[in-house]
Write a protein that binds this ligand. Structure first.
Ligand SMILES: [Zn+2]
Length: 698
């Protein structure tokens, strides 16, 4: 493959375009202290833009259901248009006839065009990818097209946008390292071709940082693109499968490695809270279809939180959508009228709520900009974070009962434990042991089990495998881990659709359902249980999503007795009470039983415990044992594999315990459980010393 960086022609482009680099004349006005938020201005061919800014999405040279006048009225300054859709219809000839999109749609403000890449890569079955570009068939008339870096630029030039984007290869943000690296490298080669194709055009051009959720790749991509003469840089490939925390982490990481002298654009993100979190991490430009799409569904963003106007609580509501909003909708119409329009599926409802939501988005961006310029963004951010995630508190989903019943805080052997850090968990009274005593349980469930096992990328596959991914949730407890799995699945479903989803079969083991019952009665302490699934599990012992792609089943009884009747797992989340409370659940004997049950497959076991005794038991049972991620005060946990190939193929390449650990173990006074006879001790010693994990290494 050609290396365009070392191409002499490319160096010429670099030099030439350096001279024209003032295309946007980006000027930083103020940077926040204690936050990476910044306010800036830049100049386009259609006037000045002040950042941070939000761009509504005008896919077909129109923001759905809006007029140019209604856009201007709500404060829209820049529009995003989709090259892919406009290429197919009306086609470049029409834009050439009109001299570009501005005259064609009667919009005199700046326009940014995407490259068409995102749409092409969302059509897995009708395209063919090569170094050259992507070949695909038009959904309009069946005609064959090649979308290459050059043809994308040519189309964006015909459209006459103020800012063009390079063609990039979009992959799920949960893609494994090798796939993400290949896509990134192709994106880099295409970035250089795009710059050459742009030539001396006065239109600005942005490069796109790729690399999925891999730190090294993101850094490499940011560094590479920063060296090229782009007028701005974008972060692509987020909001497609990762968790919110992963998205924020990646955004913060990339902006660390981008020059401060160029505008930064986070593509396709997001909700109001996403905008706040991303401005805080140094982003200047956003686009998203959410304000428009949710308007169609009857959702309004307000200063009091998000409202779902379909709800019957608004049937007689005479007040405006948001009393603090000065948009035309809130000036003239009641919630009751909008409730009616939405229920009747009337176009006017979409138009009016679209106007209101856009006003909310632009207002939020303006507030952020003002607070950056004033120098108090950080305190604004802290305050706004909690405000933006509220729902309609005055009209809650379950109206408060007149005589508030006090919920029990104890049931059977369990009671609710409130930590000093403000989260709730469950304590077993007889042992005194708190499930998740140090870390917020939902966070720990995500970090230790969902993210560490790369669950999202196992679920999203093209084509979707027919066999189900089987997960054992050993120790249901208050269902923190099970719900983290279900939420991850539902995120993938919402963001990627059911066609690429692998079926998921979740099996929970629990002998005493009192912990879950108690937690479910106190949803304000355990908000993760506000879902139909735990209600059904408690009532029927099983639950399935309507599509049956996700099935959850409870095996009630002692884990040791139930495990043989469970389907063979791919992943085991082993989260039982500690060995101090119930030693029988951590013995080598039980791990052997699990190991043998898993034999038909390559299985992985994740657990919070990193004690020497547990490691010895797992190794003795035949598992390959690696250090898992740390959580809270623990610097490491355990991941165990039934086969060495499982370790090799794991995206995190976890570190197997090695000679160092073995040396420490030989010296340890905790070498063996105290209950073992001398004969048993020498047997364990022999198993460990000859374990392939250690033998291979030496
Ligand atoms: Zn309004």
């Amino acid at each position: 493959m050609a290396n365009y960086s070392s191409n002499p022609e490319m160096s010429a482009v670099r030099k030439d375009t350096r001279l024209l680099k003032t295309r946007l004349n980006f000027t930083l006005q103020r940077e926040s202290s204690g936050s990476k938020a910044r306010a800036a201005t830049f100049q386009t061919l259609h006037g000045e833009v002040k950042t941070p800014i939000f761009m509504p999405v005008g896919t077909q040279a129109t923001v759905k259901a809006q007029t140019v006048e209604s856009l201007k009225m709500t404060g829209t300054r820049v529009l995003l248009a989709n090259t892919y859709h406009l290429l197919l219809r009306p086609g470049p000839e029409v834009f050439k006839r009109f001299g570009g999109i501005h005259r064609f749609m009667n919009w005199d403000g700046p326009v940014l065009t995407d490259s068409g890449g995102f749409q092409i890569f969302s059509l897995p079955h009708s395209r063919a990818m090569t170094e050259d570009g992507a070949r695909f068939q038009s959904y309009v008339d069946g005609k064959a097209y090649l979308l290459s870096p050059e043809s994308s630029i040519a189309m964006q030039q015909a459209i006459g946008s103020d800012i063009m984007m390079v063609l990039d290869q979009c992959i799920p943000s949960t893609a494994l390292y090798a796939q993400a690296e290949a896509a990134m490298e192709l994106t880099h080669r295409w970035a250089e071709r795009s710059l050459r194709a742009r030539g001396n055009s006065p239109q600005a051009l942005f490069g796109i940082v790729q690399g999925a959720c891999h730190h090294e790749l993101r850094k490499k991509s940011a560094a590479f693109l920063s060296e090229l003469p782009f007028d701005g840089l974008a972060i692509g490939g987020l909001a497609v499968g990762e968790t919110h925390n992963e998205r924020y982490e990646m955004t913060g990481l990339v902006t660390e490695h981008l020059p401060t002298t160029l505008p930064r654009y986070l593509m396709g993100v997001g909700t109001p809270i996403d905008l706040l979190e991303s401005v805080h991490r140094g982003i200047d430009i956003f686009d998203c279809i959410i304000p428009s799409r949710l308007a169609r569904q009857g959702v309004a963003f307000t200063s009091q939180g998000k409202l779902q106007l379909r709800r019957s609580v608004y049937k007689f509501a005479e007040d405006p959508v948001d009393a603090r909003c000065d948009c035309q909708t809130c000036q003239h119409y009641s919630r009751a009228y909008l409730h009616h329009l939405v229920k009747a599926d009337e176009f006017l409802g979409w138009y009016l709520l679209g106007m209101h939501n856009r006003t909310f988005y632009h207002g939020l961006m303006r507030e952020m900009r003002d607070s950056i310029l004033r120098g108090d963004f950080l305190s604004y951010y802290e305050k706004k974070r909690s405000e933006l995630v509220r729902t309609d508190e005055k009209n809650p989903s379950c109206p408060p009962k007149k005589a508030q019943t006090v919920q029990p805080t104890r049931l059977g052997d369990y009671e609710i434990h409130r930590s000093a850090q403000g989260f709730s968990s469950i304590r077993q009274m007889s042992s005194g042991e708190v499930m998740h005593s140090v870390n917020a349980p939902s966070e720990e469930a995500n970090k230790l089990y969902v993210e560490q096992s790369y669950l999202a990328s196992r679920l999203v596959k093209q084509p979707a495998p027919a066999d189900a991914l089987v997960i054992w949730d050993v120790g249901l407890g208050a269902a923190f881990n099970a719900m983290a799995v279900i939420h991850s699945f539902e995120r993938c479903y919402a963001e990627r659709g059911k066609d690429v989803l692998r079926p998921l079969q979740l099996v929970s083991f629990e002998c005493d359902l009192d912990a879950l019952t108690l937690a479910a009665k106190n949803p304000s302490c355990f908000p993760h249980l506000r879902h139909r699934a735990p209600v059904k599990i408690l009532a029927d012992g099983k639950w399935a999503r309507a599509s049956r792609l996700l099935q959850w089943e409870l095996l009630k009884g002692d884990f040791r007795d139930c495990l043989d009747s469970a389907p063979v797992p791919d992943l085991i989340f082993y989260d039982l009470f500690s060995a101090k409370t119930d030693a029988a659940l951590w013995t080598a004997e039980l791990f052997v039983h699990i190991f043998q049950h898993c034999a038909p497959k390559s299985a992985e076991l994740y657990t919070y415990s990193a004690s020497t005794a547990v490691r010895v038991a797992l190794l003795t049972a035949g598992f390959f044992v690696a250090e898992g991620v740390g959580t809270g005060p623990k610097s490491a946990t355990n991941v165990a594999f039934t086969r060495a190939t499982g370790v090799a193929e794991h995206p995190l390449s976890p570190r197997l315990l090695g000679q160092q650990w073995l040396t420490r173990w030989r010296r340890s006074h905790m070498q063996f459980p105290s209950t073992l006879s001398n004969e048993e001790r020498s047997h364990v010693e022999q198993l460990i010393e000859t374990h392939p994990q250690f033998v291979r290494e030496s």
